[in-house]
Design a protein around this ligand. Structure first.
Ligand SMILES: Cc1ncc(COP(=O)(O)O)c(C=O)c1O
Length: 466
């Protein structure tokens, strides 16, 4: 508990009356308003009344090096004083923008040597589509524009990236762009057809991709979008070999593979980038954001291959330019934060810590949860994990929506001092990467105890037979 002096009531009112949040639930917001998270340190956040919580979500899968780092605050303040901003349009740069681009090119796998800055993950994906369309236009392949992505893939919330996103819940009431994006089934091993082996399922997922390219016509397909491990769609780890095989299919039809590493990069799976080091995948483009500054500043980047650069950098007709970008592309302060974040990660060997402690985290979560009959699946990798709840383990049937199982467990956990993310009938764990084994034990123990309490409540409320 911290002794804090915030006017919680007034802040609550200001927020409820004026701030429309991402993913507002208007069925409760006008009455309940928001909880106010005000301060932070290490793996903990504090609400405006001073109550401390373990942040089992890492902000939103992003506060990788943990909260309250003086060095980060200093790097940001020093850059803001030295020069808060200068445009990087046309041929002007700033020292942090140049140095970070070189560092990202060094860290990214293979020929991904070119960086285009944005302010977040949606923009990184959005700009990637625009760049790839430009690429095919330059080659005179004007029809090669369509995008393939997966059901339950999440790629952002602009009109274009919401269209690429395959989480159908996120589309309710909103429009999407017609006939640009085509979705193939989700490679979710837990929900594969009964009796199908994992290997057979992997074959089917790859066939889904190839068949979709053939159905649309390879001359019309520009890109395939995939997260190494799906995040917001339910922490879904595809069958072994999936990404490498999907890349082979893409290469066969001259389709670019965009690996959406907005969540998985910067250490969450134990590497700066997961594509190559964890999944043996050499993408054409990596989009990233979040952990690139550990959430200390809003920065994103599209990192792309020499092959794409060589085509888009050939001068067009006289006077034409690569007219793509934002006022805050390569913002000096965000890039200074990115450089310092990477420096800290390297100095403290945070990827190595995740590779060592991640398997412990997975094992402890399994041990704590596997015997609970309401737990259908525990999955994920390293610091990107989740528990899926079901009414019946055999049939994998879901609990009724009024059970609000993910939200219910999250509420109970919060009252016990830990924030876990409710995602429909799941709880997601994606804490800061600096978590130690005893802290993991505490988080996992709270999740187990909260699940047991929720099970009792559901039985009492006759929402689950047990
Ligand atoms: C895989 C993935 N891609 C893209 C995005 C969108 O990023 P942003 O919210 O920074 O626009 C997210 C956000 O969670 C994400 O998880």
């Amino acid at each position: 508990m911290r002794n804090l002096k915030y006017d919680t009531k007034e802040l609550w009112r200001q927020d409820r009356d004026h701030y429309v949040h991402p993913w507002t639930d208007f069925s409760t917001f006008k009455k309940d308003g928001s909880e106010i998270i005000a301060e932070s340190e290490g793996i903990y956040v504090y609400d405006s009344d001073g109550q401390r919580y373990i942040d089992g979500i890492g902000g939103l899968w992003c506060v990788n090096i943990g909260y309250g780092r003086d060095e980060m605050a200093q790097a940001i303040a020093e850059q803001a004083k030295r020069m808060c901003y200068y445009s990087t349009f046309t041929h002007i740069t700033t020292p942090p923008a140049a140095a970070l681009a070189a560092k990202l090119a060094e860290l990214a796998p293979g020929p991904l040597n070119h960086v285009f800055y944005t302010t977040g993950g949606s923009e990184s994906n959005d700009v990637a589509v625009r760049t790839v369309h430009f690429y095919f236009n330059r080659l005179g392949k004007k029809s090669k524009k369509k995008i393939i992505s997966r059901i339950d893939g999440y790629h952002g919330s602009t009109l274009l990236t919401a269209t690429i996103t395959g989480v159908m819940f996120d589309r309710i009431g909103f429009d999407t762009i017609d006939d640009l994006v085509h979705h193939i089934p989700c490679p979710n091993p837990y929900r594969r057809p009964d009796g199908m082996t994992l290997e057979e399922f992997g074959d089917q997922c790859i066939a889904d991709l190839e068949n979709k390219i053939l159905e649309l016509g390879p001359e019309n397909v520009a890109m395939f979008f995939a997260e190494p491990i799906m995040g917001a769609g339910g922490v879904i780890v595809p069958p072994p070999g999936y990404h490498r095989r999907a890349q082979e299919v893409c290469a066969k039809y001259d389709v670019f593979y965009l690996s959406d590493e907005v969540v998985t990069a910067f250490g969450r799976l134990g590497h700066f980038f997961a594509s190559k080091d964890k999944f043996d995948l050499q993408p054409d483009i990596i989009s990233t954001a979040k952990g690139i500054t550990s959430g200390y500043q809003p920065l994103g980047a599209m990192i792309f291959s020499d092959k794409i650069y060589e085509v888009i950098s050939v001068p067009q007709a006289e006077g034409a330019m690569f007219t793509n970008g934002f006022t805050y592309s390569g913002h000096a302060v965000t890039c200074a934060a990115g450089l310092k974040n990477i420096e800290i990660m390297e100095r403290e060997a945070i990827c190595g810590h995740v590779r060592k402690v991640g398997p412990y985290f997975e094992k402890k979560l399994h041990e704590a949860m596997h015997d609970l009959p309401i737990v259908g699946d525990i999955r994920g990798s390293h610091f990107m994990l989740c528990a899926e709840y079901v009414a019946d383990r055999k049939t994998k049937a879901l609990l009724p929506p009024e059970a609000d199982i993910g939200g219910r467990i999250a509420r109970i956990a919060k009252a016990s001092g830990a924030i876990v993310r409710p995602l429909g009938h799941l709880n997601v764990l994606s804490p800061p990467l600096i978590m130690t084994e005893p802290q993991i034990d505490e988080l996992v123990a709270i999740l187990r105890a909260s699940t047991l309490t929720a099970m009792d409540e559901l039985k009492r409320e006759k929402l689950w037979n047990g």
